[in-house]
Write a protein that binds this ligand. Structure first.
Ligand code: CA2
Length: 144
């Protein structure tokens, strides 16, 4: 089983700024944790990040036929992108929406997710620990 872990805008800065919200771990640390979780689950993963909405749409399209499902931290595009929502719908792949922070405990514009209705479920508020949790949840969903 192959899974895609896809990260959106500014997540390349993880661990370098705003540690009170996003913690001290870098995206490379998160990738290493995802690789370790994937090995335990007996799956392979592709780990990717882009700051560009269209590139994220492309990555979702390209996941069709390659990946059984997707863990997606769409970053700020979560709250704005009809294109990402349509891409998730178009792939018909199960997608777990993931956030480091609890978006409901933050500014009101972060309370709305345009992608949540087309995702299997949402994991948020657990910092970088959410990535392994999301992979486990996705693997469990696909194994049922
Ligand atoms: O909590 C999350 O994972 C978010 O998806 C992160 C996004 C934010 O727009 C969403 O509302 C919630 C922002 C990612 C920015 O990441 C940074 C990391 C380090 C320093 C600055 C930004």
């Amino acid at each position: 089983m192959h899974l895609l872990v896809l990260n959106g805008p500014n997540l390349n800065l993880l661990g370098t700024r705003e540690p009170a919200i996003y913690g001290h771990e870098t995206l490379a640390d998160v990738e290493a944790a995802c690789m370790a979780t994937a090995a335990k689950l007996g799956v392979s993963i592709t780990f990717a990040q882009s700051n560009h909405e269209g590139a994220l749409v492309d990555a979702l399209h390209e996941a069709r036929g390659k990946s059984a499902g997707v863990v997606l931290n769409a970053g700020a595009y979560t709250h704005t992108s009809v294109a990402l929502r349509d891409a998730i719908g178009a792939t018909s792949l199960p997608v777990i929406e993931l956030h480091l922070s609890n978006t409901h405990a933050r500014e009101s514009f972060r309370h709305v997710s345009l992608i949540a209705p087309v995702c299997v479920g949402v994991i948020q508020g657990f910092g970088t620990a959410g990535y392994p949790l999301a992979l486990q949840a996705l693997h469990g969903h696909l194994s049922r």
